[in-house]
Ligand binder design. Structure first.
Ligand code: HOZ
Length: 430
């Protein structure tokens, strides 16, 4: 059973120097209560806390650890590269190789620019869409999270939803006025927003499978419908693949759903967990980016050699061994079926949303298809469930509004043990 010994004292100490004791809000555990677990290291499918206690990891650093932690080829590549210095602020051949590799997996990406985070990628993609179309407004969906740049912090998911922050102080009305929102999966509402703002909407940005309100799937025709609206109205379709890119398929959600976006954003996955992001897409749009065009975007650490070699190694592994993603999906399907059985037997109302290697349990008797339905779930029960799992050594997302991410280091024994822990946890809280 988990004890919080070192984490408690580290959390107290952290709060003296870091806002809320953490460098990203969700990990403070305010969404579930209690003391955050301070991690010392991770290997394969497991996290180890400051006391050396082991947890089976179901967040995979929020996506990128697709093949597990400290994946040997990635670690070896970083070790070798770091001896050549950690940053140059000048171009390298490796950046070209990285761009070429991504293009080989995502055929509709003609040009791609590296940045240092998913936030930066989304913020830059939006600027590009605005610069390209000459329009200011854009549509985002309630409960979707595209990083913390001002225009996206309107009805956002992830920590904003977890802490129920209605309006983010510091985001000016000027920055937020051009953000139009409607419910995920509601194509009719998108049509209405476009009609009400005729000729003013530059882009639609969407998580093609949402992971920031828990895992919420696009309904049949939703993504295709967005594509059609963008084509008809000369708007740029942006897929935020920070969570889904290279995880759902080599070509991400674009490949999985057969829908091409105009611009795509990626995050930590292309650095194998190092601080990286990227945005890319059709060349006629990407040509507006400086220095080709005047849409300015820059970063000294963009294309950082250590981040590039880590990401290049991970993505090459995935590309050269396509069975890895198939295997991961199969493992997730195996776990999902066991969870379904265990949840059904518990008699507790639930929804199990699942796509590829992402899943979420919502304690809800109605389907969860958007933020309103996700938020109508029994959050208090989720909190109890989270802690019941944690004390059994299973680290789930510490928020009812985040997806689980599986990694391929998980063994059948791990998955069986997870199902057993879920059964015990449900008995405990039911
Ligand atoms: N916003 C991230 C997941 N949606 C959480 C980031 C973190 O706390 O590390």
């Amino acid at each position: 059973m988990y004890t919080y010994q070192s984490s408690r004292s580290l959390f107290e100490r952290a709060q003296q120097s870091i806002p809320g004791g953490v460098n990203s809000p969700v990990r403070a555990f305010k969404g579930v209560g209690g003391t955050p677990v301070f991690i010392k290291k991770a290997q394969g499918a497991y996290l180890f806390d400051a006391d050396g206690q082991r947890f089976t990891d179901y967040i995979a650093s929020w996506g990128p650890m697709i093949l597990g932690h400290a994946y040997e080829p990635v670690i070896n590549a970083i070790r070798e590269k770091v001896a050549d210095s950690t940053s140059f602020g000048a171009p390298t051949e490796l950046e070209i190789e990285m761009a070429e590799l991504i293009k080989s997996m995502c055929p509709n990406v003609d040009l791609i620019r590296m940045v240092s985070s998913g936030t930066e990628a989304c913020m830059s993609a939006l600027r590009v869409a605005r610069g390209y179309t000459g329009k200011n407004k854009f549509i985002k969906f309630e409960g979707c999270y595209h990083g913390h740049a001002d225009p996206f912090l309107v009805k956002a998911g992830s920590g904003v939803a977890t802490f129920n922050i209605q309006t983010v102080p510091g985001v000016t009305a000027g920055a937020a006025n051009d953000t139009l929102t409607c419910a995920y999966n509601d194509l009719e509402a998108v049509h209405q927003l476009v009609a009400e703002n005729k000729g003013e909407v530059a882009a639609i940005i969407v998580e093609p499978v949402a992971g920031n309100m828990g895992c919420v799937l696009p309904e049949d025709g939703f993504l295709r419908g967005l594509r059609k609206i963008c084509d008809e109205e000369n708007m740029v379709l942006i897929f935020d693949e920070v969570m889904t890119g290279f995880r759902l398929a080599l070509g991400g959600a674009q490949e999985k759903f057969g829908v091409d976006a105009d611009l795509v954003t990626y995050g930590k996955v292309i650095g194998a967990g190092m601080p990286v992001g990227a945005f890319g897409g059709r060349k006629e749009i990407m040509r507006v980016v400086a220095p080709l065009g005047c849409v300015y975007q820059a970063g000294t650490l963009s294309g950082n050699p250590i981040a590039m070699i880590a990401g290049y190694t991970l993505l090459s592994e995935l590309k050269n061994n396509p069975f890895l993603l198939t295997e991961l999906d199969a493992k997730t399907g195996y776990l999902k079926d066991m969870l379904d059985k265990v949840l059904k037997e518990s008699g507790i109302s639930y929804q199990l949303n699942h796509f590829g290697s992402m899943l979420s349990i919502f304690f809800n008797d109605k389907p969860v298809t958007d933020f309103a339905s996700a938020a109508s779930s029994n959050i208090e029960l989720f909190k109890k469930f989270f802690h019941a799992m944690l004390k059994r050594g299973f680290y789930l997302p510490p928020s009812a509004f985040e997806s689980w991410f599986l990694n391929n280091a998980l063994t059948t024994e791990d998955l069986d043990a997870t199902a057993k822990a879920v059964r015990e946890s449900l008995e405990e809280i039911g």
